[in-house]
Design a protein around this ligand. Structure first.
Ligand code: 4AD
Ligand code: MG
Length: 457
């Protein structure tokens, strides 16, 4: 007799009439008057659960009858064709071992079938046991595997860039400090006394470091956690999120945009093959549009538009926007949403004003714009941000102040020794999974979301 996962059993990988053992938790329990108990077990291996039927002939049947939702069990039994509706096989239990009971069943925080996502955020340690959060966990996993496979098959090398850094890559100042000093007042701190002997932070992006590997290994990517202390309480922002950052040498903005489009199309295609049941669930129970939106990314050519033309398009719109539309201002999410709606496809906006973008983006010949790109998708907005990098040392120097030139001396040297045009982008991993699941809030995509005023669990 061997132990099987519920996925193996539901997908008919185990022969009917075999004696099997399964381990899991009870999603629901029904004790009938006629001396039968119906136990729905889940173990996270697949979306579905397995039904086990226990009857009064079992020696511990009185104990079984006291089982409630959430209890952990090991059940041994015979796999049989099911008589009931909705499942083709079930377990005729011969031994129900009670591994962990639920204390105070009427207090069990997720005993009821339906809870709001807001409520489930307050019990983040138990929400993985629900259908939705189990599906999100498997989708996150499938997405990260698909991403690694995509790059591996195209000969990209995965580089782990540091989590603790001295530089603010994006220059937005949204940094979490890393320090072992006790002084709270920043002005009084002498960082030469600190652990690293200088001021350090949690990274906002691995890009600057991965560029150094790009200019040696040609095709590289990072995939790791990044941190931003932006105080934006939106359904799209986390203080801690994972980012995927490919970087390619001997490449311009055009190749970068081509890579971004191909990446999203291929990764989405892999995911719908990898977790079809979970995607079905999202489609039926979370957002009826999700399947169509995934297909839209896979099938439609992305619309590419210059920032300047996008501004003209927005100014022509009959729709009233809350935020001003003016050349030189950043696009707000309402603008991004409008652009994806009229295109009815993902949109790549390119060549933004230099003034609103980071120092490392390559200055265009007009000297007003930089070779930046944002990939926008319906519903989520910006899912990718990237650019061609400034490879000319004198132009780069002109975009940095004294302090930056000092601190990033090593980054400048990459432009001194064998510099080449290169480009890359960053994909927000949780935003990607948000889009694939049709969930509304990114706090439900991170297993334990970090947002302003909340770091419990
Ligand atoms: O546009 P961003 O800031 O670009 C960079 O960090 C570049 N260094 C990337 C590169 O060129 N290598 O961030 C990239 C993506 C965004 O498009 C968004 O999807 C995601 O990261 N992102 C966030 N996701 C969740 N919460 C936040 N606070 C995010 N900020 C950015
Ligand atoms: Mg961005």
């Amino acid at each position: 007799m061997s132990t099987h996962t519920i996925r193996e059993i539901l997908q008919n990988e185990v022969a009917i009439d075999s004696t099997v053992a399964v381990n899991g938790w009870l999603r629901s329990v029904r004790h009938s008057k006629g001396g039968f108990s119906f136990l729905a077990i889940h173990d996270g291996s697949s979306f579905g659960h397995l039904q086990a039927v226990a009857d009064g002939s079992l020696s511990n049947y009185a104990d079984i009858q006291s089982l409630t939702t959430g209890a952990a069990v090991r059940i041994i039994g015979t796999l049989v064709e099911s008589q009931g509706r909705g499942q083709d096989r079930e377990l005729q239990a011969t031994d129900v071992q009670i591994v962990g009971r639920v204390a105070e069943p009427d207090q069990y925080p997720i005993a009821k079938k339906r809870h709001t996502f807001e409520y489930l955020r307050t019990v983040a340690h138990l929400r993985p046991r629900t259908n939705t959060f189990g599906a999100i966990a498997r989708l996150r996993h499938a997405t990260s595997i698909a991403i690694h496979e995509y790059f591996h098959s195209r000969e990209f090398v995965w580089i782990s860039t540091p989590i603790i850094t001295a530089s603010d890559c994006e220059g937005a100042g949204d940094l979490f400090r890393v320090s072992t000093l006790e002084t709270a007042n920043r002005d009084q701190i002498d960082y030469t006394d600190d652990f690293f002997g200088q001021e350090t932070f949690l990274t906002v992006s691995g890009q600057l470091n991965v560029e150094s590997f790009c200019l040696a290994l040609s095709r590289v990517y990072t995939f790791g956690p990044t941190f931003r202390a932006e105080n934006s309480n939106t359904s799209r922002h986390l203080a801690e999120f994972w980012m995927v950052e490919p970087e390619i040498a001997f490449a311009s903005l055009k190749e970068n945009a081509d890579l971004a489009e191909d990446f999203l199309k291929c990764v989405f295609t892999s995911i719908i093959k990898a977790v079809p049941e979970d995607i079905d669930f999202f489609q039926q129970r979370i957002d009826k549009q999700v399947g169509a939106r995934i297909q839209q990314v896979i099938e439609r050519p992305f619309v590419r538009i210059d920032y300047t033309d996008a501004i003209a398009e927005l100014q022509k719109a009959t729709k009233e926007f809350e935020f001003p539309v003016e050349w030189g201002l950043d696009l707000q999410s309402e603008h991004e949403r409008y652009l994806t709606e009229i295109a009815d496809a993902p949109v790549i906006v390119t060549n933004y004003p230099a003034g609103i973008k980071a120092f490392y983006m390559r200055l265009n010949d007009d000297e007003k714009t930089v070779a930046a790109m944002d990939v926008l998708v319906p519903g989520v907005g910006e899912i990718i941000g990237g650019s061609q990098r400034e490879e000319r040392l004198d132009v780069l120097d002109a975009r940095m102040n004294d302090e930056m030139r000092d601190e990033l001396w090593w980054y400048r040297e990459l432009r001194k020794y064998g510099t080449v045009p290169h480009a890359g982008f960053g994909v927000g991993f949780e935003r990607l999974v948000l889009y694939l699941s049709g969930m509304e809030n990114i706090r439900d995509i991170a297993p334990f979301p970090r947002v302003p005023k909340n770091a419990s669990f």
